[in-house]
Design a protein. Structure first.
Length: 193
């Protein structure tokens, strides 16, 4: 939410940037800037569609342009571009060098093809990894550390000797523990007599 003072300052700044005072006096109109705040996704989508829609209040102002803009929404696009590209990354700018392999679908460091995962990762988890911003909304994550060298291998229970305590099922272990307690109790009684 924006405070009323900040909102008034922003409106004045936008008016000055979009419509010079001399032009506003000449045509006798000033810009109307409406501000409101919504939270629900349905209302947000409605506002986006409304704001990006080209509207005319007076069609006679420019009828051909009004007819051309009928139904046009500025926030979307449709169709394909069959002409040659208007610009492309050349690799001369170091800022965009990491984006060149990404445009071809390759990893910027290793050069291997990228297999994209469709599941989005919360950005908070990405920030926890201390990523490097490589531009264009892409981040380079640090390499995953290798597993520890001296990993403990789990033992195969069949390979253990019969006397090993871990080889027995839990029920047998409990019975062995009870038998050891009984033997210990009997040995203690014998030592006092």
């Amino acid at each position: 939410m924006v405070s009323p003072e900040q909102l008034a300052d922003l409106k004045d700044l936008i008016r000055r940037k979009l419509l010079k005072r001399s032009i506003a006096k000449t045509i006798g109109k000033d810009l109307e800037i409406n501000y409101s705040y919504v939270r629900t996704p349905k209302r947000i989508m409605h506002r986006v569609k409304y704001v990006t829609k080209a509207t005319f209040r007076d069609i006679e102002w420019d009828e051909p342009l009004a007819n051309a803009l009928y139904g046009f929404h500025n926030g979307c696009f449709a169709g394909t571009w069959d002409d040659p590209p208007k610009w492309k990354l050349t690799g001369t700018d170091k800022k965009f060098n990491a984006l060149l392999p990404l445009a071809e679908g390759n990893h910027p460091v290793s050069g291997k093809p990228i297999v994209w995962n469709k599941r989005p990762i919360p950005f908070v988890l990405v920030l926890m990894e201390e990523p490097v911003d490589i531009g264009g909304g892409y981040y380079l994550l640090p390499p995953i550390r290798p597993p520890p060298v001296g990993r403990r291998q789990t033992t195969n229970l069949i390979d253990l000797p019969d006397s090993d305590y871990r080889k027995h099922p839990n029920v047998v272990r409990r019975l062995i523990d009870k038998a050891r307690e009984r033997v210990s109790f009997i040995n203690d009684c014998d030592s006092y007599s």
